[in-house]
Design a protein around this ligand. Sequence first.
Ligand code: SAM
Length: 293
Amino acid sequence: MDKKYIATPIRTKEILQKYEFTFKKSLGQNFLIDVNVLKNIIGHAGIGQTSGTIEIGPGIGALTEQLAIHSDKVVAFEIDGRLLPILQDTLSEYDNIRIVHEDILKADVLQVINENFKRDQSINIVANLPYYITTPILMKLLRERLPVESITVMIQKEVADRMAARPNTKSYGSLTIAIQYYTEAKVVMNVPKTVFMPQPNVDSSILKLVSRSEAPVHVEDEDYFFTIVQACFAQRRKTLRNNLSSHFKGILDKDTINHTLESIGIDGTRRGESLDMKEFSVLANAFYKIQRN
Ligand code: SAM
């Protein structure tokens, strides 16, 4: 039964041969050839027969096909023009798929949503992302505050671990805060290299991000907040005091930095990795007020 699906080694090879398709490593082309993994992604993605789905990078359509079967409509962004005629062929039996030939980083996703989905339709993003631009893609989608319920993506395991990390762990860092400011993040499954063609060099995980209805902490200025968080992790082994001194060099003196930390009850000898999001927000807001005055 599953044999007819695109995501099998046999069908994938047939399609690649038919079109003499050669993988572009520079576009992160590692296609999924395991229907069970796809079913797992679908199962976690929270999609239903009435929901809309956005995919990034359909490749030859392995995941797109499953999304078309399990949701109302799929809109997929693909940068590689060579894949368009292939997708037209492999997905010809589905009438609920629209392929947009565009670089997702340049696309006006909100406009595409407004043009393609019904008002109030629940929308989820689901993708096996090109690993070379995982973080820029996710940050773009989150910062634009698109009206999507969740983002479920296959990404490099090490990056997924960083995005879903907890304080005081090796993976916890500025990327964790950036992602968890917008979403609740969870690694739902680790995936072996063998489910891809060609096999990537790194291990993979499925990460699920559920959009927050409101920010988890109050920040005076988001850009300022993220800049301070980055500064606190600039050198992981260094204390907060030292990282902040380097960041504010020539702008704020050490006494001001120490007093500010004291005034908010955060010990300057701690390291960035020990602060939770709430503490980072208090810290960033305190320095923001000082710099503004
Ligand atoms: N979804 C397919 C699958 O699971 O078999 C292919 C996934 S493959 C990891 C990543 C896909 O993203 C490729 O088709 C690649 O051409 C496409 N891609 C790479 N960069 C992109 C970009 N900036 N915008 C849109 N698609 C991109």
